[in-house]
Design a protein. Structure first.
Length: 501
């Protein structure tokens, strides 16, 4: 009776194969990628000028704090359809596809291959086919077409951390693209907000200057009449006219600025100027107050800024990508093992069948060992090491710059708030003075030029208050920029298969 047990020699053979496979797996698992990660430089424990009672930033959809429906509509349109955002979305899709392609390169490659050979005898002995005649003789034929086909497998065994370096590099590249998308959306939100604030500033100052020009013209007319009658100095009349014309020129510049900011808002959102929807065009044409947001909270500590700034995330991803490149360069110094195998089947498609159908199983290992280019590979490792060190330095520099930008923005916000309070107080005083000048003029105590001068001072105070409101709004936007504020759904939209068309 035949025993079903495995013979000792065969068992030893299988044990050797298993041991070799485990050895290959162990070598493949070895990582050559540096374990060093970007180190955070020493950071301050608190901000120089934090808003009172601040504990946590409200960075998501920060523009809604301005409570301006037009601004909200513009920004939400921009963060979804702006050209810079769409390009960042495509770069993220490209990074994801590249990551899958990089990792798939180390998986076995299975293909189906086929080849054929056609032969026709014009002169000479005929071809012998595999079909048998009665009596055992071969069939002789004039032509044959022998086909060979079957599956083939190729695999480069990822030894010495090649697969680890590829995975790490793919992940960090994708993380860089995700941070790039976040940064693009945060940047477009800030750019649109700044353009909108500049638009409202130009509209409000232009309206105030229209009143100022009218008062200056009236005052210049009075002084010119007085100069003609010998009651006032001609120099005073000429100076009044100069001031009136200067105000008129400034008003013209502001009207041009209004149009420039309208064009900028359209281009930032990927639109041609003059193609805005009718209701939005009317809203942008109608002057409104400069938008203002209440004092908001910020991140409690500077260290918390590192998890929300897109540029810090990009710098970290860049350093990790450089580390993966070091691992790949180190692995390239060592041998490569490629395995290929095929199942080849041969048959005759034209003419009689072959004597026997041929089926062969082929296995072919290939070991490649670098010899004469060893110096070049070592130089490549040193180059990648240097790039990795540079990336670590740039990461620390990016962190320091981010902390400095955020701290300066908070200081600027505090200064802008003080400036706005002073401008409002000055406007109240100018309003009281203008009211008194009108009362004195109606009572016959003061002259019309004195009353007009008081009105002019009031308009100047109003313009100063508009400028202060603009500065405060601009600094508020810069604070949100510095803290990486943007839409919370950035990563959700980045997983779409394609950006909106």
């Amino acid at each position: 009776m035949r025993s079903s047990s495995v013979s000792a020699p065969r068992l030893r053979a299988w044990t050797k194969v298993l041991g070799a496979l485990l050895g290959v797996a162990a070598v493949a698992a070895c990582s050559t990628t540096p374990r060093q990660v970007p180190e955070v430089p020493p950071l301050p424990t608190s901000w120089t000028s934090p808003p009172g009672g601040a504990t946590q930033a409200q960075l998501e959809n920060w523009w809604r704090a301005f409570d301006d429906p037009v601004l909200t509509r513009l920004i939400e349109d921009g963060v979804s359809a702006a050209p810079s955002v769409r390009l960042a979305q495509l770069r993220l899709l490209e990074a994801r596809a590249s990551a899958r392609s990089t990792i798939a390169r180390y998986l076995p490659d299975l293909s189906l291959e086929a080849s054929g050979q056609y032969t026709r005898v014009e002169e000479g002995p005929l071809l012998a086919s595999g079909g048998f005649q009665t009596g055992g003789a071969f069939t002789l034929e004039q032509e044959q077409f022998i086909a060979t086909y079957g599956p083939r497998v190729r695999w480069e065994i990822p030894l010495l951390g090649r697969i680890d370096a590829a995975v790490r590099g793919a992940r960090s590249t994708q993380a860089f693209a995700e941070a790039d998308l976040r940064g693009a959306q945060a940047a477009i939100a800030g750019d649109i907000a700044e353009a909108y604030v500049a638009l409202r500033r130009a509209q409000n100052i232009a309206a105030a200057l229209a009143q100022s020009v009218a008062a200056a013209d009236q005052l210049a007319d009075i002084l010119e009449i007085g100069a003609g009658a010998g009651l006032t100095a001609p120099a005073d009349a000429a100076d009044a006219r100069r001031q009136a014309e200067s105000l008129r020129a400034r008003q013209t510049d502001l009207l041009l600025a209004v149009q420039q900011e309208r064009t900028r808002l359209a281009l930032l959102r990927g639109r041609a100027p003059g193609t805005e929807p009718r209701d939005l065009d009317v809203a942008l044409t109608t002057p409104e107050a400069v938008p203002a947001a209440p004092l908001f909270s910020v991140l409690a500590a500077p260290a918390d800024l590192l998890r929300v700034r897109p540029d810090v995330a990009q710098a970290e991803a860049r350093a990790l990508t450089a580390a993966a490149a070091v691992g790949a360069a180190r692995a390239d110094q060592w041998p490569q093992i490629n395995l290929s195998g095929a199942l080849s089947i041969a048959d005759n498609l034209v003419g009689g069948p072959l004597p026997e159908q041929t089926m062969r199983l082929i296995a072919q290992p290939l070991i490649s060992l670098p010899l004469f280019d060893w110096g070049q590979r070592q130089a490549a490792v040193r180059q990648r090491d240097s790039q990795f060190e540079q990336a670590l330095i740039l990461y620390r520099e990016t962190v320091n710059a981010a902390i400095a930008e955020a701290d300066l923005a908070l200081t600027g916000l505090s200064v802008a708030e003080e400036r706005l309070q002073a401008a409002r107080a000055a406007e109240l005083a100018a309003t009281a003075a203008a009211r008194g000048a009108r009362a004195s003029y109606e009572a016959g105590i003061t002259s019309l030029p004195d009353r007009l001068r008081a009105d002019q001072l009031l308009i100047d105070a109003q313009i100063a208050r508009i400028e202060a409101e603009t500065a405060r709004a601009s600094v508020a936007v810069s604070v949100y920029r510095a803290f990486g504020g943007g839409p919370p759904e950035a990563f959700d939209r980045s997983r779409e298969t394609a950006p909106p068309g």
